[in-house]
Design a protein around this ligand. Structure first.
Ligand code: SF4
Ligand code: SF4
Length: 176
């Protein structure tokens, strides 16, 4: 059966409406009816956020952006672009993002639609470049077995040091 044949006829809608009575509320004078699964805007806890950027990579409409400068990384959330999918919540490694049921976003000042979380960057002990945030370094230290010597480098220098370390290691062969 085609979708057109399955579609409900206007007269059937009237019959259903007659049986169920009114199903709307006088919003905004009354609280709107939201389903338990309803998803609204997100909130980011600046204390928990480590500035890793995972949420930025996962955000489909680019409502989350990481703005880079020499010494800072700034996570920007623009709720005007958010589609309330909550993918960012799923990928945040430290649980810094919380979903809310807020959908009322009207404001007289467009700047109210932006949230900023500013992070300081840590310097690489080898090349002096600043790539990761200070909090990201602390997180790597806690979560991985690598030494402080590696952690204090930028990702590129860390990779070079590691390759250098394994390439200078003597490799023995069975039977030699
Ligand atoms: S809820 Fe979805 S659209 Fe909104 S910031 Fe998170 S990932 Fe982006
Ligand atoms: S994923 Fe979480 S910790 Fe990483 S930048 Fe986004 S909010 Fe911050």
């Amino acid at each position: 059966m085609s979708i057109v044949k399955k579609a409900i006829k206007p007269v059937e809608v009237l019959v259903i409406a007659g049986k169920t009575k009114r199903v709307t509320v006088k919003y905004p004078y009354q609280e709107p009816i939201l389903s338990p699964e309803f998803r609204g805007s997100i909130e980011i806890n600046p204390e928990k956020c480590i500035g890793c950027g995972a949420c930025v990579n996962a955000c489909p409409p680019n409502a989350l952006e990481m703005i880079e400068s020499q010494d800072k990384k700034t996570l920007r959330y623009y709720v005007g672009r958010c589609i309330f999918c909550w993918r960012c919540i799923d990928v945040c490694p430290v649980g810094a993002i919380k979903g809310t049921r807020n959908f009322e976003l009207a404001t007289n000042d467009p700047l109210d639609l932006y949230t900023y979380i500013v992070h300081s960057k840590a310097e690489c002990s080898s090349c002096g470049n600043k790539v990761e945030t200070v909090k990201m370094r602390k997180y790597i230290m806690q979560k991985s077995p690598i030494t402080e010597n590696y952690v204090n480098k930028c990702p590129d220098c860390r990779k070079k040091s590691f390759i250098n370390a394994i390439s200078t290691r003597k490799v023995g062969f069975h039977g030699e």
